[in-house]
Design a protein around this ligand. Structure first.
Ligand code: GLA
Length: 680
């Protein structure tokens, strides 16, 4: 039985909330959808949850149609019984506001609330999230539901957390209907104040696009030629803000009724581009995230680590909650590869290593009907006598053994700068090469750090950089003056920074920074590029340090920087490709081409060396090492993704097996260890 949770008078900053978690372990559980099952199943559910060590379940996420089967008629009886049963079993609840997907009756009464695509097509009910984020009808009805649910369960002893909606914007991030158009105009008025300023920002002197009246402006609907890029960028900003407004509106209502912390599940790290989660972080009491492996990627565990490190970055370094991942296969990828024995444990504990103070899954019991019936769960169709359920029970025991790490923070000397606005802007159309994507260099640099055993925080360019030794700025195409300036100050104060090509190019209006690329970083780097020379598909170039590269070259002058490597062939033989400029007590490196993986690894090794950054522990390639720390205490996580037993230096007590490490840790293939390190 868990200790009762005392959340105090009001939820506060994320760390405060996670620290106030008074349970006897790390959160462990998942989405629980009892409404899909007859009531007889529910007591077996609770019994199995207890057996597995589950202590937190998310309830009611898609329950609107059952909780309010007709306008204003609420049926809470079944939910009362579920919550009481869970409470009696010692299972705590993250209760959903249930607004994730509106019931069919609402769309029937108000078809104007359905979302429209850029070509005007309506997205009908029958899937989920069929609502326009700007719809006043949806807003009003959803808030009424929040009032009803929160009013009824605010004091329920099982409820320890509130879960606003679900993956806001997963399917309806952009709506182009007339209601959205009007809301977009309102948002633009707020941003620009007057039309002159908007015309200037959007560069409407071009192609006869000048606006004389707000009513002439629309979302970037399907157009004849390339749509105005700043209009597109502003629509992306607006759309993220509209979804955020739903989060804020639900939170406002909750705040008047409940005392427990409030969260909503983000989708950081899976290529989900549309929500600027960094800007949403202030609207939750604790950051929670959903992550699913990309089955087609043999290095999917790198993607997982990146997602976790980025979630921690969004959370400002505080502990966070993994709201969803999968015990095995999902059902929404083209080939839904199942997890091999041991993979579930490696995946879940990698999130914990990187700052998660809880690991939850989608979902408790595998559905027998509906679009997700082939999605794995904690209890599979075959029941508890299965590999999956046995591994779930093992994980429950592991998490109990790791209870003491709760609230600790992750050590990182390196930061990678990441900005959703830069992502949006760099991937707009009409650019020099379609081969430049935001994820490409971010992942390349992250992968090199991962292989070197070095943990990185993925942070917004406006984050405080003073605690880092090395800062990487991959493809930071759009950058604010203040953020470029902060990078300069970081270097002057002794830091090492590396900027990759197509960075610093535009300001927040998507206007080119004149005088030579990479505009905002030109002075810091001591280089000036006069022309881009993107490469043809498949074309490769060589550098005089033996590296090869593709996709991108540029006519660069190293006016005030040391040249570390130049092209030997391609369109620009003899032109610098890699430079370094000592600045103050630090140095600023520029990478003007897309280095291949071995060259990126060598570059990162040099940067780490110069910055004096070492791995969490010396470990063979394929062994993930991360350190969490709390004041004087520290824990070394080691996750062996290889097929061979490995040894690494460690002094302390291994928490999962209880073994003592007197100088060396032996880690069998596929295994995980967490060593509470001796204090030296
Ligand atoms: C998301 C949703 C869940 C479920 C899972 C399936 O994370 O939040 O409701 O659809 O995907 O992977």
């Amino acid at each position: 039985m868990l200790e009762p949770v005392d959340f105090g008078a009001a939820a506060g900053a994320p760390s405060a909330v996670m620290r106030r978690w008074q349970g006897n372990g790390i959160y462990f559980g998942g989405d629980y959808n009892p409404e899909q099952w007859p009531e007889e199943t529910w007591s077996e559910d609770v019994e199995l949850m207890r057996r597995a060590g589950v202590n937190l379940v998310s309830v009611g996420i898609f329950s609107w149609a059952l909780l309010e089967p007709a306008p204003g008629r609420f049926e809470f009886g079944w939910l009362d019984r579920v919550l009481d049963l869970l409470h009696d079993g010692g299972i705590q609840v993250d209760l959903a506001t249930a607004t994730a997907s509106p019931p069919p009756w609402l769309a029937r009464a108000h078809p104007e609330m359905l979302p429209r695509r850029a070509d005007g097509a309506i997205l009908w009910p029958g899937g989920r999230q069929a609502y326009c984020p700007s719809s006043p009808v949806f807003r009003e009805r959803s808030l009424e539901l929040v009032r009803a649910v929160a009013g009824r369960y605010a004091e329920h002893p099982a409820v320890v957390m509130w879960h606003v909606s679900n993956e806001l914007g997963c399917h309806n991030a952009h709506c182009y209907c007339d209601v959205s158009a009007e809301a977009f105009r309102g948002w633009l008025r707020e941003r620009y104040g007057d039309l002159d300023r908007l015309n200037d920002a959007w560069g409407t002197a071009f192609w006869s696009q000048h606006y004389g009246d707000w009513a002439e402006i629309n979302p970037p609907r399907t157009v004849t030629a390339f749509a105005n890029p700043t209009q597109q960028l502003d629509f992306l900003r607006f759309s993220s803000d509209e979804l955020r407004a739903q989060l804020r509106a639900e939170r406002e209502v909750l705040k008047t009724l409940v005392r427990q912390p409030i969260t909503t599940n983000f989708m950081i790290g899976m290529g989900v581009k549309h929500m600027d989660y960094q800007s949403w972080a202030d609207d939750v009491d604790l950051v929670s995230n959903d992550h699913y492996l990309t089955a087609a990627d043999p290095q999917a565990h790198l993607g997982l680590s990146f997602a976790a490190d980025h979630t921690r970055g969004v959370a400002g370094g505080d502990p966070w909650l993994l709201m969803e991942h999968s015990t095995s296969a999902v059902q929404w990828q083209p080939r839904n590869v199942a997890k091999l024995p041991g993979q579930l444990r490696r995946n879940s504990l990698a999130h914990v290593a990187r700052g998660a103070d809880g690991v939850l899954f989608f979902q408790w019991r595998a559905s027998r009907a509906g679009a997700e019936k082939f999605h794995s769960a904690l209890v599979p169709h075959a029941g508890p006598d299965t590999k999956v359920f046995r591994e779930v029970c093992q994980l429950g025991a592991d998490l109990k053994a790791l209870a003491e790490i709760r609230g600790s923070r992750v050590d990182a000397d390196v930061a990678i700068l990441f900005d959703w606005e830069a992502w949006w802007a760099v991937e707009l159309d009409s650019h020099p090469s379609v081969d430049i994507t935001y994820a490409d260099r971010v992942n390349a640099l992250y992968g090199a750090l991962w292989r070197a055993g070095v943990t990185a925080d993925i942070v917004h360019p406006s984050a405080d950089l003073s605690g880092y030794r090395l800062v990487l700025a991959p493809t930071l195409f759009l950058v604010r003056d203040a953020d470029a300036d902060a990078l300069r100050r970081f270097v002057e104060a002794g830091g090492t920074a590396a900027v990759t090509y197509f960075s610093g190019i535009v300001d927040p209006d998507d206007h080119i920074r004149l005088g030579g690329y990479p505009g905002a970083f030109r002075d810091l780097l001591g280089v000036r590029t006069e022309e881009f020379f993107p490469l043809r598909e498949g074309e490769r170039v060589r550098l005089d340090d033996g590296s090869t590269a593709d996709v991108w070259t540029e006519w660069l002058h190293a006016d005030d920087a040391e040249v570390l490597a130049s092209y030997t062939d391609g369109p620009l033989p003899g032109v610098p490709a890699l430079t370094r400029r000592p600045v103050g007590a630090g140095a600023a490196w520029y990478v003007g081409t897309r280095l291949d993986e071995p060259a990126t690894d060598r570059l990162v090794a040099r940067l780490l060396d110069e910055a004096g950054v070492r791995p969490a522990a010396p470990a063979p390639t394929g062994v993930e090492v991360v350190r969490r720390r709390d004041g004087e205490r520290s824990w070394l996580f080691a996750i062996n993704h290889t097929d061979a037993e490995v040894r690494l230096p460690a002094h302390g007590d291994e928490l999962l097996t209880g073994a003592r490490c007197a100088g060396e840790l032996t880690l069998p293939a596929g295994e995980v260890a967490v060593v509470r390190e001796d204090r030296t």
